[in-house]
Design a protein around this ligand. Structure first.
Ligand code: NOJ
Length: 557
């Protein structure tokens, strides 16, 4: 496979509203981001994925765009945006924009026009249907944010489709004018010198609403190939699609370079492993490590040479990984480093979500009123109506609510964690007094420096970028261990996923001539012996000689 710059890059996601507030209005902004670029350069990342900064009424915090070619006033101006792109570039950092084109805001000029009359020239930019015979919704399609996906519009007596909030009407991708408008808009941004696009719920654009098909519709890949040719295919950029329904087979369609579609996609199979099968993200069950291993094994091996993985634990929609699958009390530092090592040792492009690099945790607000997120609030109202108790619902919100990721960035111990001197739009996690950037930078054993080292290792070892992946002992419920091999280099990653001591056994450990420790999360690390004892959440990456996948046989402890 031809090598690309983004194969060896590490991406850092910024949720601008919560990152850094320069003017003390309680809302993060572009000058705030610019002021933190040196920090990001110190971390060593290559790319910033910027969650939406476009003009928006903020029904879904910027994922409802009313003007794709203007900046949200709360975040700054287009001049600030140009400056951000330029200042980032000076530090060898590319800016990847969030492309939200499955839907717009209901305040977008196209929709304002479209809803005026059935024969308006923009009517067909959106998806309108007559009511069912009894006057109700056209069909059973549901919104991701609770309730039906159809909203009745009084003026013209038809329903419009909204897979997300009713203030996020879906664009009609079958209309070639819509597609051209989108490509023109993308070119406007590409001409500014951005580094690519993260494509919001891109697998929905080929939907067939009358057949209740939303994801992976029949024209999806045609549209992406058209988009490639009409816009980003003419630039050397990174593109990553958000594709909730992707399997490895589907991911290869998107990311096989020969097909001229995307660089990579976000797949979410691992993300659903702690929810009850067939139910929603709010219906919890414990993670089983062997299932996580099976998912990663599948993705690592099946995309090898035929597509490209993105590697992530976190984003602005997901709970904090250290609270979710690590331990955010006694072993916060050890488990955060373990999870980082496990992920950053694999093949693909790693993504770090703001605050992950200092081990920020989930938050527990006492009442639903303190939550901002539309998905959380709608679900709460719906479940109260269905008879759930407040406590039951709050348990789900504490585990999975999107505001876990959206509390403001914790910079230091000053008022509001140095995020703002005003009142933050969403309350700080009170633990900012202990968990913050200032503390992390002052402690050479911090989670921050572990991430910094992992990023540096990726730059130094082609084996981390391109090596083949072999999972070891897939059924072991305590240890996640794997090998990476590339040319004459072999890397072994061993991670104890539990809060207790455990052992890991190699049948052929005596074949290891020697191994050097590339990174570890305790100040000492065990030698590679036939039976290794691992401390709680211990994680070690070894560079080893003379050991290859075919002669490692591991046994369960
Ligand atoms: C996925 C985004 O990540 C999420 O934050 C948003 O609510 C939906 N798409 C709708 O745009």
């Amino acid at each position: 496979m031809e090598k690309k710059w983004w194969h060896s890059s590490v991406v850092y996601q910024i949720y601008p509203r919560s990152f850094a507030d320069s003017n003390n209005d309680g809302i993060g902004d572009l000058p705030g981001i610019i002021s933190k670029l040196d920090y990001l350069q110190t971390l060593g990342i290559d790319v910033i994925w910027l969650s939406p900064v476009y003009q928006s009424p903020n029904d879904d915090n910027g994922y409802d765009i009313s003007d794709y070619q203007n900046i949200m006033a709360e975040f700054g101006t287009m001049a600030d945006m140009d400056q951000l792109i330029a200042e980032a570039k000076k530090r060898n950092i590319q800016i990847v924009m969030d492309l939200v084109v499955n839907h717009t805001s209901d305040e977008h000029a196209w929709f304002v026009e479209a809803r005026k009359s059935k024969d308006n020239e923009y009517r067909d930019y959106y998806i309108w249907r007559d009511p069912a015979q009894d006057g109700s919704v056209p069909n059973a399609l549901g919104s991701t944010f609770s309730g039906p996906a159809w909203q009745f519009d009084e003026t013209t007596g038809q329903y419009f489709l909204h897979i997300f909030s009713k203030r996020q009407p879906d664009l009609n991708w079958e209309n070639s004018k819509v597609r051209q408008e989108v490509y023109d808009m993308m070119n406007f941004w590409l001409e500014k010198g951005i580094g690519g696009f993260r494509m919001d719920v891109i697998d929905l654009i080929g939907k067939l609403p009358d057949e209740c098909i939303t994801g992976n519709g029949p024209k999806l890949h045609d549209y992406l190939q058209e988009m490639y040719t009409a816009s980003f295919g003419n630039y050397d950029v990174l593109t990553v699609g958000e594709t909730w329904g992707a399997t490895p087979e589907i991911a290869k369609l998107y990311s096989n370079p020969a097909r001229n579609e995307l660089s990579m996609v976000f797949q979410f199979e691992h993300i659903g492993l702690d929810e009850q099968p067939g139910k929603s993200k709010w219906d919890l069950r414990p993670l089983q490590l062997s299932e996580l291993k099976a998912v990663f094994n599948k993705w690592q091996t099946q995309l090898d040479g035929q597509g490209w993985n993105s590697l992530f634990w976190n984003n602005h929609d997901l709970p904090r990984i250290v609270s979710r699958w690590g331990n955010d009390t006694t072993y916060r530092v050890e488990s955060a480093k373990m999870l980082a090592t496990l992920l950053h040792g694999m093949q693909g492009t790693p993504y770090i979500y703001q605050g992950e690099e200092i081990g920020m945790t989930n938050v527990k607000f006492a009442t639903i009123e303190e939550y901002d997120d539309i998905e959380t609030r709608n679900m709460y109202a719906e479940r109260i109506e269905q008879g759930y108790t407040n406590d039951e619902i709050m348990t789900s919100i504490y585990a999975k609510g999107r505001d876990n990721a959206r509390t403001p960035m914790q910079w230091d111990t000053s008022v509001h964690g140095g995020f703002t001197e005003g009142t933050p739009w969403l309350a700080m996690n009170p633990n900012f007094t202990e968990i913050n950037v200032e503390q992390a930078l002052a402690d050479k054993n911090s989670i921050f420096y572990h991430y910094q080292r992992l990023i540096a290792l990726r730059k130094q070892h082609q084996c981390i970028v391109y090596g083949t992946f072999t999972m070891l002992d897939e059924t072991n419920e305590h240890v996640f261990a794997y090998l990476r091999e590339y040319e004459d280099e072999t890397i072994l990653v061993v991670c104890n996923f539990t809060d207790h001591e455990t052992t890991f056994t190699f049948e052929q450990a005596s074949d290891v001539e020697y191994g050097t420790i590339m990174i570890a999360n305790y100040t000492t690390a065990p030698a590679i012996t036939q039976t290794m004892t691992l401390r709680p959440y211990e994680a070690i990456m070894y560079n080893i000689k003379n050991l290859s996948a075919e002669h490692v046989v591991t046994t369960k402890e």
